[in-house]
Design a protein around this ligand. Structure first.
Ligand code: FAD
Ligand code: MG
Ligand code: MG
Ligand code: MG
Ligand code: MG
Length: 552
């Protein structure tokens, strides 16, 4: 059986240098994985090739189901319910996987080594440092909050990225109501304490505003009747609309709903600084500045690279990028054995126009110097696989097919012949690169990338035996695998009051109570274990029956 087999392998490795035995059993290739978030967890869950030895390094020994973090901030779901210990995931695998609770502080690609610092609280020993060798390195460390260097943000704001953050917010929200209820305060002071400000109208900021509003309406009115009318929620957004990445219908619905509920949505409002008492903003239109007293601020405006990634990008000549650039096989540009995925990485999609001569040559099977419609058609699948923008282009320009493209490129000459020369081929595809878009920094992308990469590692051997594989454009030595392709499954924006907006593929938009039920069932089904699924569902039921727990 697989498990015993690989214990035997490990023993053989241990006797390395002993001569004969170590030559019979090849040494396991060592894969080092940095990070236990969405990308890392998904890689581990999907990896099932026992010929690897995997070492996971992460400062966090658990995975967090981030889409439910906003639910933790006001006590709808307990923090513990959305965390899954990484060792629970590892133990179920038939692959040799170990874990070290530490953060990687430096990557040395020349010597195939990483340097780490243990993050375990070690009062007496000081910091533990160690190095790890790798054959393959997988960088999945995610990103960090971005303050855009706004003064006072680090010192005075809450963030919502980790479980600790959500717990701190929850405690702070409840404490605010207790504090505002103390007898010694003036009305002015109570109002200040109960002014909650959210900076950033993206999905996280909007969901927190909705959670807070629900909390006030459902629980605070009963538990803190004296101060309930002093609560104010302000949402500051620098652009013209909240939920920019969603369909207009969803944006409008959310803005109107918040307006009716008294959540003060200030659009075109840039935060210029925050001190202990006041938050200062500047209006984008007229440049008017103002300062407002606040009790609590949540900063939720986007993400930037971690120091480790910034440093590594500098080292390998990727300069001032916002994320590590990889090719479509998720390999860091210039390295065969380093992969990166999730929020810390971005795929450097190849442009059709850069490779046009090569594409033409491959498609022109009879070397005639021109392409027939048939030749073009026959290579279209390969082109679309390597350059997904072509497929998008054909889809977006509804009902466009190759014949249309050819006719358009040739103009009047199409009457005489439908064959394309290289210039006409260029003209036919001249606009496709405008369809290229970076993938969003979402759990959905990270999750799919982790599964894709695990599958590449699962099939590595099989592919090495058959290195030719299916023919692909610009094989770049990695043509044995299909490039990564993202499948967008849609996204949700919970808006409070048991209403959710859902935007599903094909521009299908649904807003209201039925989408809320869809949200409950999707998020229950996406849980990484039956344990967290049971916990989350029972938290939801508990809240329906007994309301939120407000011990802070
Ligand atoms: P992460 O999940 O952030 O994981 C990074 C991992 O790397 C962590 O384990 C971290 O501890 C570890 N790490 C950090 N530094 C180091 C180091 N130096 N060395 C080793 N390890 C390190 N996406 C959706 O698709 N849908 C949603 O509804 C949604 N809601 C969200 C709500 C909130 C509040 C937040 C914060 C995010 C949400 N996202 C959502 C986005 C989603 O969580 C991220 O896109 C996703 O977590 C990215 O996965 P990742 O593995 O790249 O990074
Ligand atoms: Mg990760
Ligand atoms: Mg995560
Ligand atoms: Mg990314
Ligand atoms: Mg030809």
């Amino acid at each position: 059986n697989g498990r015993q087999d690989h214990i035997a392998h490990a023993d053989a490795n241990a006797s390395d240098g002993g001569g004969a035995l170590s030559e019979v059993v090849p040494k396991k290739k060592k894969v080092v994985l940095l990070g236990t978030g969405w990308a890392g967890m998904s890689f581990l869950k999907n990896l099932n090739n026992p010929t690897y030895e995997v070492e996971v390094v992460s400062p966090r020994n658990f995975f967090v189901f981030t889409p439910l973090l906003p639910s933790v901030t006001c006590g709808k779901v307990e923090a513990r319910s959305i965390a899954e210990p990484i060792r629970n995931i590892i133990i179920k695998k038939n692959v040799d996987i170990s874990f070290s609770e530490a953060e990687c502080v430096k990557i040395d690609p020349q010597n195939k080594k990483i340097y780490c610092r243990a993050t375990i609280d070690s009062h007496s020993k000081g910091e533990e440092e160690f190095a790890v060798d790798y054959d393959y390195l997988i960088i999945a460390v995610g990103a960090q909050v971005n303050t855009f260097n706004t003064p006072g943000v680090m010192e005075n704001c809450h963030f919502l990225k980790e479980i600790d953050d959500a717990q701190k917010i929850r405690k702070n929200v409840i404490e605010s109501f207790e504090k505002a209820s103390l007898p010694s305060l003036s009305e002015e002071e109570r109002k200040k304490i109960l002014h909650f400000v959210i900076v950033g109208g993206g999905p996280t900021g909007v969901e927190f505003a909705a959670e807070l509003h629900d909390f006030v309406n459902e629980d605070v009115v009963k538990l803190y009747p004296k101060v309930k009318d002093l609560v104010k929620i302000t949402l500051l957004e620098a652009t013209d609309h909240i939920l920019n990445m969603f369909d207009k219908r969803i944006t409008n619905f959310a803005e109107n709903k918040f307006g009716r509920e008294g959540i003060d949505v200030k659009l075109g409002s840039m935060v210029t600084g925050i001190n202990e008492n006041e938050i200062s903003t500047k209006a984008r239109g007229n440049g008017k500045t103002s300062s407002t007293p606040y009790g609590m601020v949540l900063w939720s405006t986007g993400i930037g690279p971690r120091p480790l990634i910034k440093e590594f990008m500098k080292q390998i000549g990727q300069g001032n990028r916002r994320a590590l650039a990889t090719d479509e096989w998720l390999r860091v540009e210039g390295f065969d054995n380093i992969y990166s995925l999730g929020d810390c990485a971005t795929i450097n999609q190849r442009k059709v126009m850069e490779d046009i001569a090569e594409i033409f040559k491959k498609a022109d099977k009879d070397n005639s110097g021109t392409l027939t419609v048939k030749e073009f058609q026959e290579t279209l699948d390969d082109i679309c696989e390597r350059y997904p923008q072509v497929e998008l282009y054909l889809k977006n320009k509804q009902k466009r097919n190759i014949v249309d493209l050819v006719k358009e490129a040739k103009g009047d000459a199409a009457k005489e012949s439908m064959e394309l020369n290289i210039e006409e081929f260029k003209a036919a595809l001249s606009e496709v690169d405008s369809q290229m878009k970076n993938l969003p920094a979402t759990a959905q992308v990270a999750n799919q990338q982790g599964a894709y990469l695990a599958n590449c590692f699962n099939r590595m051997e099989e592919c090495e035996k058959n290195p030719e594989g299916p023919p692909r454009f610009r094989g770049t030595g990695h043509h044995r695998f299909h490039p990564f392709r993202y499948r967008h499954l849609g996204q949700f924006a919970p808006l409070g009051g048991e209403q959710t907006a859902a935007q599903l593929p094909g521009d299908w938009v649904s807003i209201g109570h039925s989408s809320q039920w869809l949200w409950y069932s999707v998020y229950a089904s996406k849980q990484v274990s039956w344990r967290t699924r049971a916990l989350v569902v029972s938290d939801w039921l508990r809240r329906f029956i007994f309301g939120r727990d407000t011990s802070g």
